[in-house]
Design a protein around this ligand. Sequence first.
Ligand code: LLP
Length: 416
Amino acid sequence: MNNHPLLHIVQNIKKLTEIADNYDTPCYIYSSERVQSNAMRLNDVLKKYFHKYHICYAIKANSNPHLMKIMKKTLPLIGGDCSSPGEIYAVKKAEIDPANCIYTGNYESITDLSLAIEEGCYLNLDDETSFDRLAQENLPTRISFRLNPGFGKGTFSQITTAGENAKFGIPAEKIIGAYRKAQNAGIQNFGIQCMAGSGVLTESYFPKLLTAILKTTNKIEEELKIQFDFISMGGGLGIPYSDDEKELNLDTVFFELSKVFYNQYKKNDSAPALWIEPGKYLIGDAGFILSKVIGLKDSYKNFIGLDAGMETLMRPALYGATHRIYKVGFHGDPIGTFDFTGPICENTDRIAVNRAFPAAKEGDLIAVMDTGAYGFAMSHNFNTRPRAAEILLEETSHRLIRRRETIEDIFSNCHV
Ligand code: LLP
């Protein structure tokens, strides 16, 4: 076992057995300490290299308000990146000020956009046509547009959110038209945003992306005499999901970004602020799934059947994503390779494929790591299975921060 930041927790069989007995499995477990240290580390490096900056936590990664409250306690000025009315609701539950938030939708309805304006979010529009739609109703006083710089990068093609195949943003060649239109409509305050992919562990990519964004801002500033309030690079900061991957050196990333940024802008109040919208980096490695072995099957392949399947964690079935899986307590040496599956009636129901693993037996506790981001948030009710509980670990104590869904909850909206 390598040095996963939560390894000490996964090795504590007494504590995790107590949690399983108390709350049942599967459940999502989060380390309060890790959330705080992730937030501090990011803030410290931004403070070191940038005159003005702002962090908007990407709510889509995990919208549990309790976890956001921990972030807010650590960084009182933290904002949110919201993509739906539900995420604005979550932000408010966590007592994060919507005025510190950016709203980035996609094929945004007027209803959604109007709500975001009403709540005071900074509106970031996905297209010029979104502006046209909005102009029929009410326009905000400030606006930003999402840039597609023509390339992007993500762990998988499915989570690469810029480039020719991306449904998001406005191509670099066209975006000036959107700003011109907004300016002609009387808007005076502007930002620009770009979110080009998730899960990037290549340090040199980030300055390359910022260079492309600044090429566009430069053109807009010169032609339209616009001064940007902020430039948001979106999310994308990756975390290791396996022992072979190296964590990002944040100091290198932000030092290089500051060189690019302050090559174009002066390091004073007249420069735009650098915004980032991290999801994975803040919460990804702070959470894991605690699951139980239900059955073992020797078929054409060897299966370890868990009580958590693709309804609890979608990433492996959806992207072929890999997550480290540990036997709680003493992990032991591998005895063979196994597919980890769950109770779902789909053959894509896999948490891992061909994974070397030690001997396991029914009732063993298993930890599926790095599931704090896009874990619970993407879980669902297929096969009419209730969603898992969420537990927070604080030093030596634990508490429920979302109770397990019940079957009654699932049917509570049905008229029968
Ligand atoms: N900002 C915007 C506008 C976004 O769309 C996203 C993620 C983020 C920020 C945060 O990106 P992050 O820092 O987490 O990379 N479900 C996929 C990830 C999809 C990301 C979509 N947008 C996964 O499980 O890997």
